[in-house]
Design a protein around this ligand. Structure first.
Ligand code: ZN
Length: 159
C-alpha cells in the first residue's frame, strides 16, 4: 500500500469506530443499534444514530438521519463526494438516500446477514452493493470493516 492508502485505512478505522460508538448510544437510548458517520478524508463532518423508536419514525435509520441533519447544517452540496461509514450494512432505503445525496463511498461493519441473525424482525435482505450496482454516478461500497466490533454492537434495546 502507498502512504496515502495507509493513511486512508487509518481514517477508515477511526470513522468506523465512531459509527459503532453511535450504534451503542442508539441502543442505550432505546433505538435500534445503528450509527453512521459522514466524512471527507480524515475530517468527520457529522455523526448520527438510529432514532426510529424515540422519533416514532420508521425512516429514521442512522444513514437517513445523518443525511438530513448534515444537509440542513452544512448545505446539500457539502455531502457530494463524501464517504459514509455505517455500523450496519445500509438497507435499500438508506442506500437510495445516500445515492441521491451524492455520497461517493459507503463503508459498513456488520453485514445484512449479521443484522438478520442478531436482530431478526422484518427483512429486506438485498445487499447494499446490489441496490447501487447500476447507479450512475457509481457509488463505491466496501465492507465489512471492523466486522467483529460491528457485530458486537448489534444488541436490541431493552423494553
Ligand atoms: Zn436503512
Amino acid at each position: 500500500m502507498s502512504d496515502s492508502d495507509t493513511e486512508q485505512a487509518a481514517h477508515d478505522v477511526a470513522h468506523m469506530r465512531r459509527a459503532i460508538c453511535a450504534a451503542r448510544e442508539a441502543t442505550r437510548a432505546g433505538d435500534m443499534p445503528f450509527g453512521a458517520v459522514l466524512a471527507r478524508g480524515d475530517t468527520e463532518l457529522f455523526v448520527a444514530r438510529n432514532e426510529q423508536h424515540t422519533g416514532a419514525d420508521c425512516t429514521a435509520h442512522a444513514e437517513v438521519v445523518l443525511i438530513r441533519r448534515a444537509a440542513a447544517a452544512l448545505g446539500a452540496t457539502a455531502l457530494i463526494g463524501t464517504t459514509v461509514y455505517a455500523s450496519g450494512e445500509p438497507c435499500a432505503m438508506c442506500a437510495g438516500a445516500m445515492f441521491w445525496a451524492g455520497i461517493a463511498r459507503i463503508v459498513f461493519a456488520a453485514t445484512t446477514d449479521d443484522i438478520e441473525r442478531a436482530l431478526g424482525g422484518s427483512r429486506l435482505p438485498i445487499r447494499c452493493a446490489a441496490v447501487l450496482a447500476t447507479a450512475r454516478p457509481s457509488v463505491l461500497v466496501e465492507g465489512p470493516l471492523l466486522h467483529e466490533e460491528g457485530v458486537a454492537a448489534l444488541v436490541l434495546p431493552e423494553g
